[in-house]
Design a protein around this ligand. Structure first.
Ligand code: DGL
Length: 272
């Protein structure tokens, strides 16, 4: 038995953890933020895969039986390889899930105009994962993508509320909306972005719904645990949340507590 592992390049996955925790409060969670090597969004496929695999192995070594990659970039560039090639060498009983599939399964139900915008990192956009996956579930929906390379660095360095930071954000949102005036849903395809969701909602037309993934991922996880009692029974239930970071713990604790809503005390680790 072990905690459910939640991994992100940095703070973004905390937005997902928070929503998962609300729906599954009785479970234990172990969060790992690779803050020292964030952002992942502009890194190559090979590097994101290598870093993500190191993180997954670390969480497995610390007792996790189930890991959520709460990072779109890692889900887009590393998940399939890990599921199809690495898990069989590590353990046939452990599982790794991502955040793109749960989101793309329901995107078609959210739009009336069948025109959806995705804001994401360069890595996620260039992987084309959203376009490919949405096409499987909802082929009538057109996906318009906008890469936002500055957003994760802005959020990681806490500069997203400055005037200059907001100008960067607005420029990318305007670029996305200029692709099609019919866009009525914008999906925040990076787990860092819910931190600026209110600002984004305030600068788009009223008809545009801005959607973050946390609740969607949490609902799918609840469903997954019901459908997989063999995995569920290995997830420990003590209501504990623990945090690991590859950066300084002081910085992580100060920033992370803003997202989690209470004081936390993280542990420093090195990867690999
Ligand atoms: N939260 C990660 C994601 O969802 C950020 C990736 C990055 O580090 O650039 O894509």
């Amino acid at each position: 038995m072990g905690p459910i592992g939640v991994f992100d390049s940095g703070y973004g996955g905390l937005t997902v953890l928070q929503d998962i925790k609300k729906q599954l409060p009785e479970y234990d969670f172990l969060y790992l933020g690779d803050n020292a090597r964030a952002p992942y969004g502009t890194r190559s496929f090979d590097v994101v895969y290598e870093f993500t695999l190191e993180a997954v192995k670390e969480l497995f070594n610390r007792g996790c039986e189930l890991i959520i990659l709460a990072c779109n970039t890692a889900s887009a560039k590393a998940l399939r390889n890990i599921q199809q090639n690495d898990l069989q060498n590590i353990s046939l009983d452990k599982r790794v899930l991502g955040v793109i599939r749960p989101s793309t399964e329901i995107i078609g139900n959210l739009t009336e105009s069948n025109s959806v915008g995705i804001l994401a990192t360069e890595g996620t956009v260039s992987s084309n994962s959203y376009v490919i996956e949405v096409n499987k579930f909802s082929p009538e929906t057109t996906i318009h993508q906008q890469a936002c390379p500055m957003w994760v660095p802005l959020i990681e360095s806490n500069k997203h509320t400055t005037h200059a930071g907001q100008e960067f954000i607005k420029e990318d949102v305007d670029n996305l909306l200029s692709k099609d005036s019919n866009i009525d849903v914008i999906v925040l395809g990076c787990t860092h972005y819910p931190i600026i969701k209110e600002y984004i909602q305030s600068i788009v037309p009223a008809k545009v719904k801005v959607i973050s993934q946390g609740n969607i991922v949490a609902e799918r996880l609840v469903d997954y645990l019901k459908r997989h009692p063999e995995i569920e029974s290995k997830c420990s239930k003590g209501g504990q949340m623990n945090f690991l970071t590859t950066e300084s713990t002081e910085e992580f604790d100060a920033n992370a507590s803003q997202y989690i809503g209470n004081a936390i005390s993280s542990t420093h680790i090195k990867l690999p």
